[in-house]
Design a protein around this ligand. Structure first.
Ligand SMILES: Nc1ncnc2c1ncn2[C@@H]1O[C@H](COP(=O)(O)OP(=O)(O)OP(=O)(O)O)[C@@H](O)[C@H]1O
Ligand SMILES: [Zn+2]
Length: 481
């Protein structure tokens, strides 16, 4: 009994088609995600995007791919400089403070990024990249010493965002006077008084925003790679510009095979963003709901769809988390208590098939553009099935498969690592052993036919939220959610 794992398909922003997922090199997936500009606390909107790509990476690893995940840190930008001015501190202090917050948030949310390149560590490579663009005729130096990308030299411009008319490409309007076209964008910005800057062949200056991602992704992932991601606000102009400069420089197409963009995390329908003043810092949310509830909630919607923040919804996922976790725990316990049996009657076979069905549904959802919403729905069906049918009729084979399904679900959602690995905190382990002991004492009492005391123990444990399930002489216990 089993099922064939479905082929992975992804919705590519470039072309807006569902495509078969095929890396350039078999087995290797290189993924670059646009990280934060570190000038303020990490908010839930950022977390939405980072958790979404973490789940995508985790699922690809579950399917056997070797995934390299690079997520940059933008540590020089107008926003950082302005923030430092407002506070009257050095810009590096701003960078350090918010980088620390970002790294702590990643760790708490169980997001393990392989490389965190910073812009200011790559100035030399950025200058080299721009020089090649100038040599190839794709960029020009303005009288001020800024360098711009000449968009007219890249005929595919607009394909990624779907913005067809040059009118829609207008950007960086404050530099209109020194640009050849209103839609050209800065690769290098000439230094203004009082700003941090670096020496370059065009005078002192600093990198523009878009160039950093082209440079750092190609340095660590090569001049073609599989996945480029970020929030949907980055499609235009950031990713359109990244694509233009990279394909212009490397002369290879496609630079990126699959462009993936997350939908917004919203508050009452509005994007959560610093400029709108409606942000909830991750730090605050973590102390209120904890990392597991946050992950479950963030992954409860497909990454491309919007997800609206509200407290009730988080409370609901907190309860759902408890139910899923206690069911995984119960499955593990039932598995340990159930004798293996290799002969199954038709009814038992049907139960095993139900488990396989939900497990398959999980993979079908994840394989279809990483649909964590449907994957979670499949797991919730398995949870109900374990609680209703399997816990009253434990079948070793079905339990083994259910546990494997939960384990694979957890590899993506990471909400029950402590249960799955069996490394519960020492106090939890002690409580579990004490309950085992009480249950054993009750079994002895029942053998002696002291039902009064045995029932009293059952009732008292019930008061503490521990339910006992008797199967003949055997008893299994579970924590109620
Ligand atoms: N509300 C949101 N929902 C989903 N993703 C978001 C949201 N806000 C930011 N992101 C994503 O987080 C990543 C880091 O964003 P960045 O640091 O550029 O944010 P920002 O634009 O400075 O934030 P803000 O919009 O609050 O000013 C990007 O991939 C961005 O698309
Ligand atoms: Zn970027």
């Amino acid at each position: 009994m089993g099922f064939e794992l479905p082929r992975i398909k992804v919705l590519n922003t470039l072309g807006r088609r569902l495509e078969d997922f095929e890396p350039f090199k078999p087995g290797l997936v290189r993924m670059y995600v646009c990280g934060p500009t570190v000038y303020d606390y990490t908010h839930l909107g950022h977390a939405r995007t980072y958790v979404a790509f973490d789940a995508i990476k985790r699922y690809l690893r579950l399917r056997g791919y070797n995934v390299i995940h690079v997520q940059n840190i933008t540590d020089i930008d107008d926003k950082i400089i302005n923030r430092a001015r407002e506070e009257g501190v050095d810009w590096r202090e701003i960078v350090e403070r918010y980088t620390r917050d970002y790294m702590e948030m990643l760790e708490k949310l169980k997001i393990n990024v392989d490389l965190h390149p910073r812009v200011t560590h790559h100035i030399k490579e950025i200058i080299e990249f721009i020089q090649v663009l100038i040599e190839k005729g794709h960029a020009y130096v303005s009288p001020s010493g800024s360098v711009y990308f000449d968009v007219t030299t890249y005929p595919e411009y607009g394909e990624l965002s779907g913005h067809k008319s040059p009118e829609a490409w207008r950007q960086e309007e404050e530099h209109l006077r020194e640009k050849k076209h209103p839609f050209d964008f800065a690769l290098w910005k000439a230094c203004k008084p009082g700003e941090p800057c670096w020496d370059s062949p065009w005078g002192k200056g600093r990198p523009g925003w878009h160039i950093e991602c082209s440079v750092m992704s190609s340095k660590y992932l090569g001049d073609q790679f599989e996945i480029h991601g970020g929030g949907q606000d980055l499609i235009f102009p950031h990713h359109e510009n990244e694509r233009a400069q990279s394909e212009a420089r490397f002369g290879k197409r496609p630079w990126v095979k699959y462009w993936l963009h997350t939908g917004y995390l919203t508050v009452r329908g509005e994007k959560m963003s610093k400029s709108l003043g409606n942000i909830i810092p991750v730090k605050e949310a973590l102390s209120k709901w904890g990392p597991e509830t946050l992950r479950l909630w963030l992954l409860s919607a497909h990454y491309r769809t919007p997800l609206d923040f509200n407290e009730e919804s988080l409370e609901q996922y907190k309860r759902q988390l408890k139910r899923i976790r206690s069911t995984i725990e119960l499955t593990g316990r039932l598995l340990r208590e159930t004798e293996p049996s290799y002969h199954l009657d038709d009814k038992e076979v049907a139960l095993v098939q139900r488990v396989l069905g939900y497990w398959h549904e999980f993979h079908k959802a994840m394989s279809n553009d990483f649909n964590t919403a449907k994957a979670l729905a499949a797991i919730n069906k398995l949870v109900s099935f374990v609680n209703s049918e399997l816990s009253s009729k434990p079948i070793y084979t079905a339990l083994t498969l259910a546990y494997r399904a939960f384990r694979e679900f957890n590899e993506v959602f990471a909400i029950a690592d402590d249960i799955i690995t069996g490394v519960a905190p020492a106090e939890v382990q002690l409580v579990d052993r004490l309950v085992d002991l009480i249950v054993e004492v009750r079994a002895k009492l029942r053998k002696r036919k002291d039902y009064e005391l045995a029932d009293w123990i059952r009732a008292e444990l019930g008061q503490l939220g521990i339910r006992l399930l008797d199967y003949g002489e055997k008893t299994v216990w579970r924590k109620e959610s």
